[in-house]
Write a protein that binds this ligand. Structure first.
Ligand SMILES: NC(=O)c1ccc[n+]([C@@H]2O[C@H](COP(=O)([O-])OP(=O)(O)OC[C@H]3O[C@@H](n4cnc5c(N)ncnc54)[C@H](O)[C@@H]3O)[C@@H](O)[C@H]2O)c1
Length: 323
């Protein structure tokens, strides 16, 4: 297959491109390098089956003439913690429309990266694909991200109903690993690793008792590839996540990373940052996936425990930052 990936120089996009090329597919990737890195592509940039387009996907012309069998739409703005909600809402809707228009016109499958953030504050865990999506008020800008992805999901399904668009929607749960963004953009783990390596304070947002279920990138990619290739993924939504028993508080994640790097030689140091410093902010207290659907339909099975995945991530981060 020839697979077009938007956001190919990002964390998930670059790992996906490497995997697909290894499986013998052709990959055409677009990225404007706003949050991605050329270093993420260094393994594949000269590969004969890989083409890189350094362009802004908000412009439809950037992909108009590309011939592909499927489009994996990963390029995105995320939770506006340090950016603004307008960019999240407008960029995500413009790029979504471009992705849909391309797939409808060329009659190719769209694989859309949604997020576990769509479940919002729903207190009923674990979250299955049929769970309610419970967001907070529109005056809290962090919900702009989840809202943009919910809109994306519904807009895609409406195009399937009206124009026969073929799709698969994936909801990722906190993926981490090599090529992750080293700022908050990539989640807390890379900053925790950096702090533990320099033996400086780990910054925790809120009280640290909020939980997440982190997924090692190889497992995320394994699930995503199944969603691209397997016939049974057609017109379905899937959680792609680690096993629910890997749920961990953010504070415990900080302690675990510190211990993996510094053993018991130095006690960890934490600095708690109140949510109020981000303006009107709301966090999700617990986030736990139900992955029974992707397990039974696509034979998905996550293989990496959090500790095992973090060890591999630390090795990569030390190498890339020279620490
Ligand atoms: N990483 C996770 O744990 C996670 C969790 C839930 C959902 N997701 C979703 O998965 C997708 C990929 O996430 P990621 O972590 O790899 O993010 P990322 O930021 O590392 O990658 C996204 C890439 O898109 C590119 N991009 C952004 N705007 C663009 C534009 N206008 N034109 C061209 N390229 C543009 C960025 O430069 C970046 O390289 C996103 O849609 C994200 O919302 C990720």
């Amino acid at each position: 297959m020839t697979i077009l990936i938007t956001g190919v120089a990002g964390f998930i996009g670059s790992n996906l491109a490497i995997k697909l090329l290894g499986l013998g597919h052709k990959v055409i990737g677009i990225d404007n390098l706003s949050y991605g890195f050329r270093r993420n592509l260094e393994l594949i940039i000269s590969h004969s089956n890989f083409d890189f387009i350094d362009e802004d996907f908000r412009k439809y012309d950037s992909i108009k003439n590309i011939e592909a069998d499927a489009l994996v739409h990963l390029a995105s703005q995320k939770i506006p913690r340090y950016t603004n909600a307008l960019i999240t809402l407008s960029d995500n809707s413009i790029m979504l429309k471009n992705a849909i228009d391309k797939c409808v016109k060329d009659k190719i499958k769209l694989i859309y990266a949604s997020t576990s953030d769509v479940y919002g504050k729903n207190p009923n865990i674990p979250y299955s694909e049929e769970s309610d999506l419970t967001l907070g008020p529109t005056t809290v800008k962090r919900w702009a991200y989840a809202l943009s992805k919910i809109y994306g999901e519904q807009y895609i399904i409406a195009h399937a109903d009206e124009y026969g668009l073929e799709y698969t929607i994936t909801r990722f749960f906190g993926s981490y690993g090599p090529h992750q963004n080293l700022s908050w953009w990539g989640g807390p783990q890379s900053l925790f690793i950096a702090s533990a390596l320099s033996k400086s304070e780990i910054e925790i947002h809120g009280d640290g008792l909020q939980t997440r279920t982190f997924t090692y990138i190889d497992d995320t990619i394994d699930g995503l590839v199944k969603c691209i290739i397997e016939e049974k993924s057609k017109n379905e939504i899937f959680n792609i996540a680690n096993n629910p028993n890997e749920e961990i508080t953010i504070l415990a994640l900080g302690k675990l990373i510190w211990k993996l790097i510094n053993k018991d030689e130095v006690p960890p140091k934490f600095k708690f940052i109140p949510y109020a410093s981000f303006g009107k902010y709301e966090d999700v207290r617990r986030r736990v996936p139900d992955i029974s659907k992707i397990k039974s339909l696509l034979n998905f099975s996550p293989k990496h425990s959090l500790t095992d995945g973090l060890k591999q991530t630390i090795v990569w981060q030390k190498k890339v930052t020279g620490s």
